[in-house]
Design a binder for this molecule. Structure first.
Ligand code: SF4
Length: 376
């Protein structure tokens, strides 16, 4: 069974969505412009650019829109190409666009064994729009063809009076309670995340007590790692990356100041190199992906699967997905020697400290204004 060589967090900068959740990150940032960007490269080209050979092995691509991932008509075509290349793919979706699930279930069944779908359970919006049945029918639809899934709820004050309803309907329709993620309130400056708090009017204790009601390992993990600044050696940049699927810009991680374009010339090798002890984020903001897959091998964590699957309800359908999502990146990669670690630590420290200084002096803003630099 294949294990994962690299984890690639893929963003599609679509800001359109058919729901309007109060805690949505694009609503918080006033970025809900309802835009669907055009693809710069066609899906087949993207598939070739991300071939197993070029990527160094089997990768896990997590595809998420800033708004709803399945609104653009090209998302499923990209997913298909990545699956054809032999990779694992996760799609995060609000689960309401019925026609998109009709499309997904038509993909070759062999390929679907490597597909996982994260259904974000936006309970109040689904109720308001009378979409609860459509949502769970779509889960039934994909289960029938052997696609793995997770039901995931972003913990939010507005859900607190409905905890019993949420648990009941989840148990009835998918056999278990949703996995729960802590919801954050973000503060950004010049497109850089500077500070985060829990998105709640309650005390931290009350919020955590509420989350515990779902018996969710995902909640325990995201809570434990929330706002913990990471200082260990991180292999982001080598064992993982953050990719914009429209432009082909690949960064070592979200807050790394530079990028390489990997779609323009697909014959050019990709430079994979870790950023080391230079995490530029206030904390590992997607720890349930990066850390559980093992980008920081010095930290022992549950596996990606242990945080998500409800084995008693059989959410993970294929052995391929079970093996891959139970593996750690260290199983397909080698750790660096002392000298290489020192080299990447020093090099990236200089890059990050100098960019942060230019940012403080307002020079990065000016460079962006005059087109010498793209937005982060
Ligand atoms: S610790 Fe920092 S650099 Fe490493 S994956 Fe997490 S956010 Fe990215």
């Amino acid at each position: 069974m294949e294990k994962i060589k690299r984890f690639i967090e893929c963003i599609i900068p679509v800001s359109a969505c058919n729901l309007q959740c109060k805690y949505c990150y694009i609503i918080q940032q006033n970025d809900r412009k309802m835009k669907i960007p055009k693809l710069n490269y066609d899906p087949e080209w993207i598939g070739k650019a991300l071939s197993k050979k070029r990527m160094g092995g089997v990768c896990f691509f997590n595809i998420c829109g800033a708004g709803e991932t399945l609104i653009p008509n090209y998302t499923i075509d990209i997913v298909k190409e990545l699956l054809k290349q032999g990779h694992f793919v996760n799609i995060t979706t609000n689960g309401t666009l019925n026609h998109r699930f009709d499309e997904i279930v038509k993909i070759d069944k062999k390929l679907l064994k490597r597909l996982n779908i994260s259904f974000s359970f936006h309970y109040l919006e689904l109720k308001r729009l009378n979409l609860l049945n459509d949502f769970f029918d779509n889960i039934d639809k994909i289960r029938k063809v052997g696609i793995s899934f997770v039901l995931q709820l972003n913990l939010y004050d507005g859900y607190m009076p409905y905890v019993d309803d949420i648990k009941k309907i989840s148990k009835e329709r998918v056999g278990a309670y949703p996995q729960v993620a802590l919801t954050r309130k973000e503060y950004n400056k010049e497109h850089i995340l500077t500070k985060t708090e829990i998105f709640t009017e309650k005390s931290e204790e009350e919020y955590i007590k509420e989350g515990k009601k779902y018996d969710s390992p995902l909640f325990d993990f995201t809570t434990k790692n929330f706002n913990v600044k990471r200082k260990e050696f991180c292999y982001a940049g080598d064992w993982s990356g953050a990719l914009n699927l429209i432009t082909g810009d690949l960064k070592k991680c979200y807050a790394y100041p530079f990028r390489q374009n990997i779609f323009k010339d697909i014959n050019k090798p990709i430079n994979f190199e870790a950023l080391g002890k230079n995490c530029n984020s206030p904390y590992c903001i997607n720890s349930s992906h990066f850390m559980s897959l093992g980008v920081i091998p010095s930290i022992k964590t549950p596996t990606y699967r242990q945080l998500r699957d409800r084995p008693e309800a059989g959410w993970y359908a294929s052995d391929e997905i079970k093996t891959a999502f139970d593996s750690k990146l260290i199983e397909s990669n080698k750790e660096y020697g002392k000298l290489k670690k020192l080299k990447v630590n020093v090099k990236n420290r200089i890059i990050i400290v100098s960019t942060n200084m230019l940012r403080k002096l307002g020079i990065v803003k000016l460079m962006r204004k005059f087109g010498y630099r793209k937005n982060e």
